[in-house]
Design a protein around this ligand. Structure first.
Ligand code: 5RP
Length: 229
């Protein structure tokens, strides 16, 4: 199976966890996109759900497919969020934000009773960090924030390039109007320590380490579906 077929398999399996009447958080990225496509088919057949999208792109797709969209203020408690990930470790810690939606993704997942991650098996790793960690930062004070990230990372024994994500001629801008610094640490031995350090920097809005948020990962492999809990 190619990568897209694996994503569809994971999305199909996740759809089995969605019950009529559920309040959903709806993720962002190419895997979540496959899930939204399948959810749209169910809604067209009369399935009754409402969803809070984690990005403007996902909101557009939901609206195109007739999936009822709510804001998180209208529906502040959710039953289930389904979203992709860039990396998944054996304890279900994640790196997210490859698509730049990590802030809304974390807010929405945290407002949910459960978060199911859907992925192909290329996303499963022993230790997080090969995928550059997205850190969402305020445009104001960018260089000061970047220096602080570098200093705190060094204190934790981490080193690597901190690159401002770009799009076209300028910096990539998130749905919230922030920038993203992609931190290539290679390996993150203590994700909780790094998370705590990043959270203590005023210019950091959020980061892509999701720890103790996901409750289940549905991983599609060539030999079938594997779940991590
Ligand atoms: C977007 C995300 C995505 O879920 C993550 O990047 C995975 O994307 P894909 O399913 O396209 O590999 O965190 O911010």
């Amino acid at each position: 199976m190619d990568a897209r077929q694996l994503k569809v398999k994971a999305a199909e399996t996740a759809l089995g966890y969605v019950e009529n009447g559920m309040r959903l958080g709806i993720g962002t990225g190419s895997t979540a996109r496959e899930f939204v496509t399948l959810l749209g088919e169910k809604v067209a057949q009369g399935f009754d759900v409402a969803g809070v999208p984690t990005s403007e792109a996902t909101a557009r797709q939901c609206l195109e497919l007739g999936i009822p969209v709510k804001s998180l203020d209208e529906m502040p408690e959710l039953d289930l969020t389904i979203d992709g990930a860039d990396e998944i470790d054996p304890s279900l810690s994640l790196i997210k934000g490859g698509g730049g939606a990590l802030l809304r993704e974390k807010i929405v997942a945290s407002a949910s009773n459960r978060m199911i991650v859907i992925a192909d098996d290329s996303k499963v790793v022993e230790k997080l960090g090969a995928f550059p960690l997205p850190v969402e930062v305020m445009p104001f004070g960018l260089e000061a924030t970047r220096l602080k990230i570098e200093r705190y990372a060094t204190e934790l024994g981490l080193s690597g390039a901190l690159n401002l994500r770009r799009s076209g001629d300028g910096p990539f801008m998130t749905d919230g109007g922030h920038y993203i610094i992609d931190a290539s640490f290679g390996r993150i031995p203590d994700a909780q320590a790094l998370s705590d350090a990043l959270n203590s920097i005023p210019g950091v809005v959020e980061h892509g380490l999701f720890i103790n948020i996901a409750t289940l990962a549905i991983v599609a492999t060539d030999s079938g579906i594997r779940t991590l809990k």
